[in-house]
Design a protein around this ligand. Structure first.
Ligand SMILES: *Cc1c(COP(=O)(O)O)cnc(C)c1O
Length: 397
């Protein structure tokens, strides 16, 4: 169908979108309304950890949809219990609350920390977050985010989120007072431009929060579920946080998130937290299928190997074109372009013929790569050779 035949103006305008409509996806590939194929390095924004429409997810959806869709959150259901058990067995956490999105998981984390502060810290409620951090688009999670300009958008903000600088422990310590209940961060700032919190900083943060008797919350909505080559990014530094949030990868493409905490922190009582779809079996059945794939022997090792390869090859490209190198953890990586050519590269790559390449530029001078975790070496090589072609065109103008 022609693009002009789609009535796209019936949608609210929230972002500029290219004039194509995606109709099918398989693995690392998407197909649009004209039948053109694209190699996809966005993957639903680091969501499709097993690629587009993997069989394990469609099988789980079909099987569960025939059994039970939603008995209501007032009752247990089997997939909800099984996924919570798998998550606690594979992490340092003891309790799980399921959500429909990352923002909702983070809202839950903020509520849980404030509740814990009421019970244990004399009503302390401030949560120290970070400049350039991103935690979602609800009012509280926008307030917790450190995106430039967001402090004025939809004012007044939810108060109680003083901002520190990532990888600068003194900037955190300076903000701690008797009102502080927690520090919350992304182990790798994703939307901020793929900026990892370094190992030393994670250790310092854990020691500092312990010293002051406050909570450490990791937002692993983007960095969790195998993205870094560990199941969770906090494991890279060997520390154990008090609260973790997940979304994106855990659903492999369907809306599913989770709030996890240690037993000591799981202080909600009936009435504090809930939601109509929380833990609904259709989505948690998918979460089980995803987690089982990621924890198969060798899977995370293969993520590490491919990450090393991608990192090496991006560094070669960087040298070839006089760029500024690359950074990241696992298969969440960024190429530092050294000039504001990100948007142009994204455009030229998408418009390549006969197949396009989908890339993301979270900052004007940066490209972000978030392939499926089961991307093949051939699909990495194809992306790199297409990117080389694009860079030649954009840099030699
Ligand atoms: C995407 C993201 C969120 C928000 O998740 P939604 O599912 O879009 O609400 C929160 N935190 C981080 C780190 C993210 O990358």
């Amino acid at each position: 169908m022609e693009f002009s035949q789609y009535n796209v103006n019936s949608l609210m305008y929230i972002t500029p979108r290219p004039e194509i409509v995606f109709t099918e996806g398989s693995g690392m590939w998407l197909t649009d309304n004209n039948g053109k194929r694209y190699l996809d390095y966005l993957q639903g924004w680091a969501v499709n950890c097993l690629g587009h429409s993997p069989a394990v997810i469609s099988d789980a959806l079909i099987a569960q949809s025939k059994k039970l869709l939603n008995p209501s959150p007032a009752f247990y259901n089997a997939p909800m219990v099984e996924l919570a058990t798998l998550l606690t067995q594979n992490s340092c956490f003891d309790r799980v609350f399921f959500t429909n999105s990352g923002a909702e998981a983070n809202e839950g984390a903020i509520k849980l920390a404030r509740k814990w502060g009421q019970l244990n810290k004399n009503g302390a409620f401030e949560i120290i977050t970070f400049d350039h951090g991103f935690h979602g688009r609800t009012l509280a999670t926008m307030s917790a985010s450190g995106k430039p300009g967001w402090d004025k958008l939809f004012a007044p903000q939810v108060s109680g989120f003083p901002k520190a600088d990532l990888n600068d422990i003194a900037s955190v310590e300076k903000l701690i007072s008797d009102k502080t209940v927690a520090v919350m961060l992304e182990p790798i700032q994703g939307e901020g431009g793929v900026i990892p919190a370094n190992r030393e900083f994670m250790h310092e943060l854990r020691a500092l929060t312990k010293k002051h008797g406050i909570l450490l919350i990791v937002d692993e909505v983007q960095s969790g579920m195998g993205r870094t080559g560990e199941l969770f990014a906090y494991q890279l530094s060997g520390i154990t946080p008090d609260i973790m949030t997940l979304a994106k990868g855990i659903g492999g493409g369907v809306p599913l998130g989770a709030l996890l905490s240690t037993e000591a922190v799981a202080c909600f009582v009936p009435g504090d937290q809930g939601g109509t779809y929380n833990g609904a079996p259709l989505m948690t059945a998918v979460g089980i299928a995803v987690l089982k794939e990621l924890t198969k022997p060798g899977f995370l090792n293969s993520v590490k190997e491919k990450a090393q390869y991608l990192s090496d090859e991006l560094n070669k490209l960087s040298e070839e074109f006089g760029l500024q190198g690359e950074r990241g953890e696992g298969l969440l990586r960024a190429l530092k372009l050294g000039s504001n050519i990100g948007a142009e590269i994204v455009e030229v790559a998408r418009n390549m013929e006969p197949v396009g390449l989908l890339l993301n530029s979270p900052r004007p001078d940066l490209l972000r790569f978030m392939p499926a975790l089961n991307v093949t070496k051939e699909e990495l090589d194809l992306m790199l050779s297409m990117l080389r072609t694009v860079l030649k065109q954009v840099k030699n103008k």
